[in-house]
Ligand binder design. Structure first.
Ligand SMILES: Nc1nc2c(ncn2[C@@H]2O[C@H](COP(=O)(O)OP(=O)(O)OP(=O)(O)O)[C@@H](O)[C@H]2O)c(=O)[nH]1
Ligand SMILES: [Mg+2]
Length: 285
């Protein structure tokens, strides 16, 4: 797993080509997004790549997000006519809802096939998403214990493998890796907060102080972890300094070690140690 992919135009063209090729082999696409940042973790070009193929959005890492905000997102996607669900792809919690959602999404297609005389139609699906969102975790969960299908058929001959994950449902084993909306600075920041992009391209202390400011506005209680009980009127930089002091991270002369504090805040947020936090709400979409 590598969360530090940098996208150059060549990479993007190659990724696009690979996904377009795989798309010809499937009936539906599952886009995995991060529940904490469903806006920023979607790919801007997927809709035009997928065209008319049914698409399901899976909000992964639901255990790290604020469940009430995740519910709002599910409503929002529904209002856009996009089938969506949330799950913890690591533990598998919520994934039991996947098959019913897929089958209801493809109901018309399956009925059409049956009307044409196909008795046991097989639905093929693939997973796409930006780096580090949980694509492999989802695939591993869905294929656990299942055998890869071997044989002479499209996809198999090209080195792809398929897993039969339910009666009449096959999953392509390799996910399509997509790039995020890099041109939007707020997206870049959201991806940096969750660790989806490299830290080195952003200054860690600035990033952490901005995260602290967002947390203090929406989830002030999580900062009690750093012995910060009163957040009102404090800037992100002041909060970062309090984190350093709260954790006794000091440098010579008793000054707060902001670099260390910033790293701690980001690591703990990314690891879910600050509790369930959502950074984006649908009304801001
Ligand atoms: N807490 C939590 N962590 C998750 C979940 N799904 C994935 N992860 C973690 O997120 C990290 C990335 O997950 P992967 O499944 O490797 O993501 P990916 O999309 O395949 O990543 P790339 O292959 O790098 O593009 C891993 O550390 C996983 O353990 C989830 O639902 N909850
Ligand atoms: Mg992966």
């Amino acid at each position: 797993m590598n969360s530090s992919i940098q996208w150059y135009p060549g990479h993007m063209a190659k990724a696009k080509r690979k996904i377009s090729e795989s798309l010809t082999l499937v009936d539906a696409v599952v886009e995995i997004v991060d529940s904490r940042i469903p806006r920023s973790s979607r790919n801007p070009d997927l809709a035009s790549l997928v065209k008319s193929k049914p698409q399901i959005v899976l909000l992964c890492k639901s255990d790290l997000a604020d469940s009430s905000v995740t519910r709002q997102w599910l409503e929002w996607f529904k209002s856009q006519g996009i089938p969506a669900m949330s799950a913890d792809c690591r533990s598998g919690k919520g994934l039991e809802g996947f098959m019913p959602l897929l089958k209801s999404t493809l109901k018309e297609k399956i009925e059409k096939w049956q009307a044409k005389g196909m008795t046991n139609p097989t639905v093929r699906i693939m997973v796409v998403g930006i780096p580090n969102v949980g694509k492999s975790s989802f695939i591993n969960r869905m294929t656990r214990g299942k055998k890869a299908i071997v044989g002479d058929r499209p996809g198999v001959t090209k080195g792809n493998q398929w897993f039969s994950i339910d009666k009449g449902v096959e999953l392509l084993d390799t996910p399509g890796v997509l790039w995020p909306k890099f041109d939007d600075p707020s997206v870049g920041k959201a991806l940096a907060f969750t660790g989806a992009i490299k830290d080195e391209i952003l200054d860690t202390t600035t990033l952490a102080s901005e995260l602290l400011e967002i947390l203090s506005a929406g989830y002030p209680d999580v900062l009690k972890r750093y012995k910060i009980n009163e957040v009102s009127g404090k800037s992100g930089w002041e909060l970062l300094e309090l984190v350093a002091r709260g954790r006794s991270m000091l440098i010579r002369g008793g000054e707060p070690d902001l670099d260390r504090a910033a790293k701690t805040v980001l690591d703990e947020f990314r690891g879910g140690k600050l509790g369930a936090v959502s950074l984006e709400k649908p009304e801001e979409y």
